[in-house]
Ligand binder design. Sequence first.
Ligand SMILES: *[C@@H]1O[C@H](CO)[C@@H](O)[C@H](O)[C@H]1NC(C)=O
Ligand SMILES: *[C@@H]1O[C@H](CO)[C@@H](O)[C@H](O)[C@H]1NC(C)=O
Length: 339
Amino acid sequence: MQIKIHPKNTFTIIMTIGFIYLGYLIFFESGDGMPEIDVNLKDVISYAVLAIEMGGHAVMKINEEKNLNAAAKGLTDEGKEELLTRADLISNHLILDILQRFPQLQIVSEEKSSDFSDREVEPYRSDNYAVWQSVKEILDRIPNRRLQLSDVRVFVDPLDATQEFTEGLTEYVTVMACIVLRDEPIFGAIYRPFFNETVFGLKGFGVINSDGKELKLVEEEKTTRKVVVSRSHAGKVKEVVEKVYGDKMSIEPAGGSGYKTLRLLNGTAELYLHTTAIKKWDTCAGDAILRTLGGAMLDLEGEPLKYSVQDPILNKKGLLGTVRNPYTYFKKFEGIKLL
Ligand SMILES: *[C@@H]1O[C@H](CO)[C@@H](O)[C@H](O)[C@H]1NC(C)=O
Ligand SMILES: *[C@@H]1O[C@H](CO)[C@@H](O)[C@H](O)[C@H]1NC(C)=O
């Protein structure tokens, strides 16, 4: 008899061995008190990437059905009505479903676990294996690194730019995951489902696109002299930018923090400004990618955003993001009231 190993079986075997190993670590390696579990960062990244791709596929399927069931979730920090759709909830359900299979992984998500049953979300679940195949080559390139699991948190945004999504402006929609080590975002992935584009950035490794190519920054002189800003407070930022740059810099109102980061990454914008409160799951992935390149997101007091358990999820101090020299940009705005 001949035994053929199909790649699908290999996948299952790897996953199974992974779980058994994790189980072993938890039950046999833990001393007294808090168990000290060691994880490979690459495994956490694989789960996070698989999760957002699954979430993004679901967002697209729901969009095709034209039944978003948008409902107000409450008021935003800007006092506007905040929308929540079936897509947010189902994407979140699928993402948590995958991440929670990773024992004891700490997850920070915009939406709490949903009221949907597994049966209700089943039609939106894509084939794990097929999704894994589409990102496997990239994941294979990620180096191994051991971390202590208790130092790691994963931030997820199951659907960034919900407002724009309900208006049919799908170009702004992203699904994001971010890995925080203590207070620092070290890995970010932004998936743009309607364009099938993903960008991954890992500290000390670099930024790669879904085609597996390393992202090369556009030279400073060739970067478009533009500020991307939220559609809800573009007017105010326009005034400030005129004060600082005169007519040398223009403003573009755009939806989604993930989308605005992507604009910085391909040099079609130079600066991302936000002058009201923003949640950290909206910024974490983009921040991690910018930091990988030598940029960062600073708040409008000039401090890098912090993501530890002690730091609040809501950042009330606005943000300034760039792919390079964030402090130089920050200095230009010093003394001007932005918030
Ligand atoms: C999306 O992109 C990935 C990676 O480039 C590719 O493997 C996959 O086939 C694409 N999916 C679609 C639906 O085009
Ligand atoms: C830059 O990125 C944005 C967002 O992903 C995309 O819409 C745009 O087409 C890109 N432009 C270029 C020139 O790559």
